[in-house]
Write a protein of this length. Structure first.
Lengths: 206, 302
């Protein structure tokens, strides 16, 4: 076997090599990050199970809006009575979408309130087989948990007593074929979260 | 990919595949495991032989910090790859360089980097909570198939091919350098180059595994499969094959448990891998002892 001399690179040469590769890596990463930050398309930042409200058909956009309004009324009841109202009570008060507006077309929905501990679902199953099911997921904080510093936004609603609720609106294409069950993690059962706007990058927020 | 998902969903609806495959996220998860198992399993036995388990843990934490940096510079929450790759690869270079030239023990130096990157990551994440819905970052910590996109899958395949090709090309030299660095040098292998190369491949694999396994647990999947394989293997080739097999079984098992019980994928995969490790430990008790059962020397200081 012929003899071969193997020389390890000097520390200085090695350092120069490491710095060169490091600068190249940082340059590529910076170019990629810059191109991503410059992308301002609406769906940017959406997770795989999220969709923009603006991309929904008009009828579904209306229902999404009604759910937001109905939620505010339900939150008001929750703040006063310390429990979530039944859909029948909201319907009796004429609050959409729980109370159907006779002037609107489209499927009717049977609304149910499902609750397990701090997880609350308002589940709307449509009468028509081709209409989507809707879900309002409300996550209350565990009793005794420290105050949530999250800012008030689409997903965080602060009640008058300081409790911060995590809110999300979901739809499922299976509609009337859907099993009536509490959905603590809807995305794992094929639900799509509907958001008013995509998450905003941190640098764009003052 | 939509047509592919529809086809798989139709197979699930007709009963040929399990019902869960009607959801695209689960199909993506299954494909991710198919790619991750050979990559992480293949690296796993070299990580154990080169004693780089703690190094892998530090890389996982560095990736978490990379996510925070990516979000701060304006990358989207579902693909902060610029921050992750940039910070992880630069940290890798720095750790290997310092480890090679400092007089302190390597685990001490890696501990310093580990603490530094974790501290920086936590500070940045807390800063982000004031401006961003930080709950979505949880999937990076613990892993979630629900956040894996088609783009992530494509990146996983691309990195898998690159890592696999480079690993195959340098495999013999890497194994020899892991077991006996002086002998590897005598045969002409450049130990420094191999050390940087392997750390680089490990960093690449860890970054693309984050969405499935999570930053806190990713090092487990580059350690436990090899530990389990070591209990069964009688040769280097067997060691490699068993590592890949254990990683694959852990991935599929964890995926099933995660979907059924709605627990984080990373935790479920690591639990499955750990279960397999203890099963192989039991199996080893009933296997006849051989000459290979004597401990391998490995790298004394890696």
């Amino acid at each position: 076997m012929p003899e071969r001399e193997v020389r390890s690179p000097s520390q200085r040469r090695e350092l120069v090599g490491v710095i060169r590769v490091g600068v190249a890596v940082l340059a590529v990463a910076w170019i990629y990050a810059g191109s991503q930050a410059a992308d301002t398309s609406g769906t940017r930042g959406l997770l795989t199970y999220q969709a923009l409200m603006a991309d929904l058909p008009a009828g579904e956009q209306l229902l999404f809006r009604e759910l937001q309004e109905g939620l505010l009324e339900a939150e008001r009841d929750r703040a006063v009575m310390k429990r979530w109202p039944d859909p029948s009570a909201l319907e009796a008060d004429g609050i959409p979408p729980f109370a159907r507006d006779a002037t609107t077309k489209g499927p009717t929905y049977a609304w149910r309130r499902l609750q397990n501990g701090t997880t609350v679902n308002y589940l709307g199953i449509p009468s028509a087989s081709d209409a989507p099911a809707w879900l309002l997921l409300i996550q209350e904080p565990e009793p005794g948990s420290p105050p949530d510093p999250a800012p008030d936004d689409e997903e965080h609603h602060r009640l008058p007593d300081g409790i911060v609720l995590h809110i999300s609106v979901w739809k499922h294409a299976d509609g009337s074929r859907l099993e009536v069950a509490l959905a603590p993690l809807p995305q794992a059962r094929g639900w799509v979260q509907i958001v008013g706007r995509a998450p905003v990058p941190a640098v764009a927020t003052p | 990919m939509t047509a592919f998902y529809s086809w798989v969903a139709a197979l699930a609806a007709s009963g040929i595949l399990p019902g869960d495959f009607q959801y695209p996220f689960l199909v993506r998860g299954f494909l991710s495991v198919l790619v991750l198992a050979p990559v992480l399993g293949g690296l796993s036995h070299l990580v154990v032989t080169r004693r780089m388990a703690f190094f892998s843990a530090a890389l996982g934490q560095a990736a978490l910090t990379g996510v925070a940096i990516g979000l701060l510079v304006g990358e989207p929450i579902n693909a902060p790859y610029g921050g992750m790759f940039g910070f992880c690869l630069v940290s890798t270079l720095a750790m290997v360089y310092v480890k090679r030239h400092a007089t302190l023990p390597s685990d001490t130096l890696i501990g310093v980097f580990h603490a530094l990157t974790l501290g920086l990551g936590l500070c940045l994440l807390v800063a982000l909570t004031r401006q961003f819905n930080v709950h979505q970052v949880e999937s990076v910590l613990f892993g979630s198939l629900l956040t894996v996109t088609d783009g992530d899958l494509a990146l996983l395949v691309a990195v898998g091919v690159v890592v696999g090709a480079l690993l195959l090309r340098q495999y013999n030299a890497l194994v020899l350098d892991s077991l006996n660095p002086p002998l590897a040098s005598v045969t002409g292998a450049d130990s420094a180059y191999l050390e940087y190369l392997f750390a680089f491949l490990l960093a690449l694999s860890i970054v693309v595994s984050l969405k499935v396994i999570g930053a806190l647990l990713v090092e487990s999947l580059v350690v436990v499969p090899a530990a389990a394989a070591r209990n069964l293997a009688r040769s280097t080739r067997g060691y490699l094959v068993w590592s890949i097999g254990v990683a694959f079984l852990a991935g599929i098992g964890g995926l099933g448990v995660s979907t059924r019980l709605l627990v984080p994928t990373g935790g479920a995969v690591v639990l499955a891998a750990s279960l397999l490790f203890f099963l192989t430990l039991l199996a080893r008790l009933f296997m006849p002892r051989t000459a290979q059962d004597v401990p391998t020397p490995g790298r004394a200081n890696a």
